[in-house]
Design a protein around this ligand. Structure first.
Ligand code: NAD
Ligand code: IPM
Ligand code: MN
Length: 357
């Protein structure tokens, strides 16, 4: 069976880490006899916008809907296109139109990478952020009044639906149930945001009745961020709204030394639409063009994609390979964020060779 993968490199370091993501995928496909058919697309990046006045062609949905998965780099280049235009015109459309309502983001302290937190070693930080990915604080409902006057008013609504919240909570509870610690933490802000957040807490409580073996705790987002830094070992599966999940999924990887290694899976669990796999990081204009971006976030996202497509062994082989290369800690191979002097390519090639076995 052939898996059809749409490949979109995007902007900035997206175009540098994507070749390494593809290299790792191809090495795993060869070793495990997986038939991958990769098709590259040049849209969903800022140069496409400059040429066409839009981020996506009008028929993007039909072009992509029959792929088994989408492998994305990063998008955004604020000097070319304002971020809210480039992001709402591409990535956020994919997530919404393909109903990828779970954004699964592992945070794991890897061998050989130094945590900025004192005395933390691999094993101490190993949890998932499960982020609601299609509604919440990311809404286009709102508007401006009295624009340009000193009475100017801007309003943007938070939208939470029972279907939308329950389905991501269910995913998080199910995931917690598969983990040895079976622990779920919910992130809210129910003391200050008095309608949506207490309601989210109620939905968690209601669902916890169906998962008696999962222990549940809840923190307000402010102290939760402090606890990520002070007690990252407390966490197993952390479920959060769209915005809170966004913030926690940069903070978590920062606690593991670099956001350059963090992967994500934007999942439509029912498989009605393709899911999308991309690193957590963005296009990093500050280092783009230098060939020094860490490709592991892209490579690990590829591993999550293979896992999603049912190839557990191949996904695990990719993870084992980058963990082994990191553990060797050869500074000529590792990128600067991981403590080395190497390049995107030197690290990507070392990982691909290890995958090949
Ligand atoms: P960013 O993630 O691009 O960069 C933040 C910092 O992390 C920078 O210092 C960067 O050099 C570093 N960094 C990021 N990835 C790295 C890697 N692989 N290796 C080493 N260092 C790495 O975040 P930003 O600067 O806030 O955003 C830049 C652009 O990317 C904006 O247009 C933003 O909207 C967009 N963005 C896109 C995505 C996405 O496509 N999913 C995610 C975040 C930001
Ligand atoms: C992410 C990014 C996006 C988000 C931006 C670029 C719109 O930060 O994937 O985490 O907020 O979801
Ligand atoms: Mn983010």
């Amino acid at each position: 069976m052939t898996h059809k993968i749409a490949v979109i490199a995007g902007d900035g370091i997206g175009t540098e880490v994507m070749p390494e993501g593809v290299r790792a995928l191809q090495a795993a496909a060869k070793r495990f006899n997986i038939d991958l058919s990769l098709e590259h697309f040049d849209f969903a990046c800022c140069d496409y916008y400059l040429e066409h006045g839009k981020m996506l062609p009008d028929d993007w949905f039909d072009q992509l809907k029959d792929f088994d998965a989408i492998f994305y780099g990063a998008v955004g280049w604020p000097d070319k296109v304002p971020d809210h235009i480039s992001l709402w015109g591409s990535l956020l459309q994919f997530r919404r139109q393909f109903d990828q309502y779970v954004n699964l983001r592992p945070c794991k302290l890897l061998p050989g990478i130094k945590s900025p937190l004192a005395n933390r070693k691999p094993g101490d930080i190993d949890f998932y952020v499960v982020r609601e990915n299609t509604e919440g604080e990311y809404s286009s409902i709102g508007g401006k009044m009295f624009e340009g006057t000193d009475r100017e008013v801007v309003i943007q609504e938070t939208v939470m639906t029972r279907t939308g919240v329950d389905r991501v909570l269910k995913y998080a509870f199910d995931l917690a149930q598969t983990r040895p610690r079976k622990k779920l933490t919910s992130a809210t802000k129910s003391n200050g945001i008095s309608i949506t957040m207490p309601w989210w807490d109620e939905r968690v409580k209601a669902m916890s009745g169906s998962y008696p073996d999962v222990s549940v705790d809840q923190f307000h987002i402010d102290i939760l961020t402090a606890n990520f830094v002070m007690h990252p070992d407390w966490f197993d599966v952390v479920v959060a709204s769209n915005l809170f999940g966004d913030i926690l999924s940069d903070l978590g990887p920062a606690c593991t030394g670099t956001i350059g290694v963090a992967p994500s899976a934007n999942i439509n669990p029912e498989g009605k639409f393709p899911s999308l796999f991309e690193p957590v990081h963005g296009s990093a204009p500050d280092i783009a063009g230098k060939g020094i971006a860490n490709p592991i976030g892209q490579i690990w996202s590829g591993a999550m994609m293979l896992e999603h497509l049912g190839h557990h062994e191949a996904g695990q082989a990719i993870v084992d390979a980058f963990e082994a290369v990191l553990a060797e800690a050869d500074p000529s191979v590792l990128t600067a964020d991981a403590g080395g002097k190497g390049t995107t390519e030197s690290l990507g090639k070392a990982i691909a060779e290890r995958i090949a076995g």
